[in-house]
Write a protein that binds this ligand. Structure first.
Ligand code: MCN
Ligand code: SMO
Length: 808
């Protein structure tokens, strides 16, 4: 039987308090599902949280990177002799100096994906502006910055033709980023699902779209940073890094630096946001430990903002071209799709340049029935910063283009956009459902979330208002974006996403001799509130107060091995492992308590840290008494006195869903877009903490609004980045985003422990399409068809026809 958490019955749309699993005897309704305040927030708000940049070690040196000012060039020489004090007060490391460190490659198990080894400092050539050429180390940051500037001027390059985009990458005689590959296109594969030819033959109409999804990226409050310390006498490497994956990083560092893994310790101290960017291994996370090892002194590198905008990974750029076959009543029959990634200078490690196009293709069907789908997935290298994970990965682009074309089909056929969606959407009773791309949707509320979101904005009244305002020359629009979010990334999810990566995670729950609880988890929080959510689960599991639970993570010496936090996996995986381990420890406690109370363990209950015999009031022991006895009283303790358990989980894929509706007004004279209202319906099954979930939705939607209206890394045709400060690269501020209303539905997963689904990215997957569709709806009188993001005033004016013609 499926393990269930308290308060849930798999398959039901409402929560109950029944417990249906014989093993997981976790109590029910106390903490899980409560709007518990985040226990981590006081230290964020009072500034006492410690990030890598705050850490100071004795004899610590500071590293500054020399980075390429050219998009594509051969490194002829790096003349380190220009630096006074070289080897005495200043140290320089070039690619040659790190030649023994193997290059980074991706880990995706696909045979026909060409690999692009990335030296952690470039050796022969540079492939984007910002590629690392050398690292300068000095006693303080000022000296290191000065020396880096001097050295930068002394690097000699032989310029190569830049490859600024996918078209240029595949033009005849294009310069090659990796000459030995003989092509810049590192992957192309067509998969046919169902009979697309028959679908098109049977169609009444076909619609098409050619869409360029913008390149944008995470802008975490804390930039990247690494501090490495190698204690030679102990042969011990300790690396503090702002990472989402401490254990994985430990394995990579051990491998790259040929250190035995037990002599490497990685600590992710406070991490001020990652949003996927800190998931992959940064070359800096290998180079800085190597340098610390060479120098025998601690070395710290803290990325500055300018460097971040140049050299940190970027995301989401891809071209999606679709042809869609439909009947006159709006039924989707088949789709032919091309998903072409612009991977940047390297197919970046962990998930490769397929992270955008492959994930977009596999997730494309979303909440709709689709029986025939041809997908071509391709990725090319270009002379731009590598593309890697950013919240919503390929799902954002796929959802955006799918929801835009669904609206265009509705408009073309004269069908209401709500109606066309309802006609094609899977109903809850059709689930579980295996999509045409082999994604197994477990449960969901596709119809209900669309209906709830449109009711919340009073859809009918809005249409009336829209019509009357149009007569006055005011253009308001309503945009709908329905979505499915693949979550719970373990081996199953990643395989269903088309980029297989085996994984699992673990938690250790320990009741200390004093009766308090320590929970050590292998997921690694970087802002999501895990200390609170896992404490809620452990508190219910053990029958204690949340305040008695301390959750620790982020240090490979104290947390069990696992893959960390990304792909909205932690609630499902961490939640289950904590619940399972807590259940085991509860059993251990009850054995000891049974000895003390001369009762059967089955007759005992734990309530508010008091263990009693049911039906026999007065016969009880406190948790602290039992825990103390378990460790110290050889009369009653069990054969294994430690009250501790470590449990594992490699979850089945789970699919959350929801709907975002945006109301916007477009000024057809200036091209500005004002968002008036945003309503989001979120369904992530069993909710651990509704307040956290709501805030996650709000944060993710805000980032999606950024992608829809403002954010884009722009490169010139010469490969030079044009967005290198936050004056050029705009991110949304509080005045750009109206309050975001979040409503909830609950379709517990029938597959996962407790029915939990993840949800951390849904808002960013859905929001861009909702904004785009609101603008297209507002500008419907102009026949506006959106073919790119962001919706800058300039582009909006093109849509209304004021500047030139729509290109497509
Ligand atoms: N949650 C819950 N009930 C559920 C599902 C989730 O209470 N049914 C809670 C969880 O306990 C967790 C939060 O919501 O506190 C998000 O859970 P989950 O969806 O499992 O996602 P992860 O914790 O694995 O976080 C990863 C996700 C991703 S992939 C990105 S990118 C992202 C995001 O989280 N980066 C973030 N949200 C972020 N939030 C902050 N502040 N900073 C980031 O870098
Ligand atoms: S992009 Mo999130 O860390 O999977």
């Amino acid at each position: 039987m499926t393990e269930t958490l308290p308060g849930t019955t798999p398959g039901s749309a409402t929560t109950t308090t029944s417990i249906t699993d014989s093993h997981l005897k976790i109590r029910t309704d106390k903490w899980i599902g409560k709007r518990a305040k985040r226990v981590e927030d006081p230290r964020y708000l009072t500034g006492t949280a410690r990030y890598v940049a705050d850490l100071v070690l004795p004899r610590m040196l500071h590293a500054v990177y020399v980075r390429s000012p050219h998009p594509h060039a051969r490194i002829v020489s790096v003349d380190t002799s220009v630096l006074p004090g070289l080897g005495a007060s200043v140290w320089v490391f070039t690619g040659e100096d790190l030649a023994e460190v193997p290059p980074l490659i991706d880990h995706v198990a696909l045979d026909n994906l060409l690999r692009t080894p990335q030296n952690v400092i470039a050796i022969d050539k540079v492939r984007f502006v910002g590629d690392a050429v050398a690292v300068v180390v000095a006693a303080d940051r000022y000296a290191a910055e000065d020396a880096a500037e001097e050295l930068g001027a002394a690097v000699e390059y032989e310029l190569l033709a830049p490859v600024p985009n996918v078209a240029a990458a595949n033009a005849p005689n294009a310069a090659l980023l990796f000459e030995d590959l003989k092509t810049n296109e590192i992957y192309r594969q067509t998969e046919r699902h169902g009979d697309t030819d028959s679908a098109f033959a049977a169609a009444d109409r076909t619609f098409s779209i050619r869409f360029h999804h913008n390149r944008y990226g995470a802008a975490p409050m804390e930039t990247r940073g690494v501090l490495a310390d190698y204690e030679r006498s102990e042969q011990q490497m300790t690396v503090w890094s702002s990472t989402q994956m401490p254990h994985f990083l430990r394995s990579v560092i051990a491998g790259q630096l040929s250190l035995p893994e037990h002599r490497v310790r990685v600590i992710a101290p406070e991490v001020g946001g990652g949003f996927g960017q800190k998931m992959c291994t940064s070359p800096e996370e290998i180079a800085i430990p190597f340098i610390a090892l060479q120098l025998g002194r601690p070395v710290k590198w803290i990325e500055d903002r300018h460097e971040h905008l140049l050299a940190a990974t970027q995301a989401k750029e891809e071209y999606i071209n679709l042809e869609v076959a439909v009947t006159n009543d709006g039924t989707l029959l088949g789709v032919r799709g091309e998903f072409i990634g612009d991977g940047g200078g390297y197919s970046f490690n962990t998930e490769s340049a397929l992270i955008e196009p492959a994930l977009a293709a596999k997730s494309f069907p979303g909440p709709y029935r689709l029986a025939a789908f041809d997908e071509t997935v391709a990725a090319s290298l270009t002379n731009k910063s590598p593309v890697a994970a950013y919240r919503g990965v390929g799902w954002t682009a796929a959802n955006t283009v799918r929801e835009i074309i669904v609206d265009e089909i509705a408009r073309g056929l004269g069908i209401d956009p709500v109606e066309i969606r309802l006609r094609n959407m899977l109903r809850a009773d059709e689930l579980p459902y295996r999509s045409i791309t082999e994604q197994l949707y477990d449960s969901g509320s596709y119809h209900e979330s669309l209906e709830l979101a449109t009711e919340a904005v009073d859809y009918t009244a809005f249409r009336a208002l829209q019509a009357s305002l149009r007569e006055q020359g005011r253009y308001i629009g309503l945009g709908i974006s329905s979505y499915v979010e693949q979550t719970a990334w373990g081996s199953d999810s990643s395989a269903q996403a088309g980029t297989p990566l085996p994984s699992h995670d673990n938690s250790t729950v320990t009741v200390d001799p004093g009766g308090t609880v320590t929970v050590a988890v292998s997921t690694s929080c970087h802002g999501q509130g895990h200390e609170t959510a896992y404490a809620q689960i452990a508190a219910d599991g053990l029958g204690v107060d949340m305040a008695d639970v301390k959750v620790i993570y982020g240090d490979t010496r104290s947390a069990p091995y696992g893959l960390g936090t990304y792909a909205s996996r932690s609630a499902v995986i961490g939640g289950a492992t904590v619940a399972r381990a807590a259940a085991d420890v509860r059993d251990q406690l009850l054995k000891v308590a049974a000895n003390m109370l001369e009762a059967n363990p089955e007759d005992l209950t734990i309530e508010d840290s008091v263990i009693s015999v049911s039906g026999a009031p007065g016969t009880s022991r406190t948790m602290a008494e039992v825990a103390f006895a378990a460790y110290w009283d050889s009369e009653v303790r069990s054969e294994e006195p430690l009250l501790t358990a470590t449990r594992f989980y490699d979850p089945p894929a789970t699919y959350a869903n929801g709907c975002v509706v945006v109301l916007a007004e477009v000024d057809a004279g200036t091209g500005t877009v004002t968002l008036d209202r945003i309503v989001a319906v979120e369904d992530c099954g069993t909710v651990i903490n509704p307040m956290i979930v709501e805030a996650q939705v709000q944060g993710a939607i805000t980032q999606g609004v950024g992608g829809a209206l403002f954010e884009q890394f722009v490169y010139g045709d010469d490969g030079q980045p044009l967005t290198t400060t936050y004056m050029d690269y705009l991110i949304p501020t509080s005045t750009d985003v109206p309050p975001i209303e979040v409503l909830s539905l609950c379709s517990p997963s029938p597959f996962s422990v407790g029915g939990i689904k993840g949800m951390g990215e849904g808002g960013q997957i859905a929001a861009p399409a909702a904004v785009a569709n609101a603008v297209a709806d507002a500008l419907a009188p102009f026949g506006a068809k959106i073919r790119q993001l962001p919706l800058t005033p300039d582009y909006v004016l093109r849509l209304v026809g004021s500047i030139g013609a729509d290109e497509t």
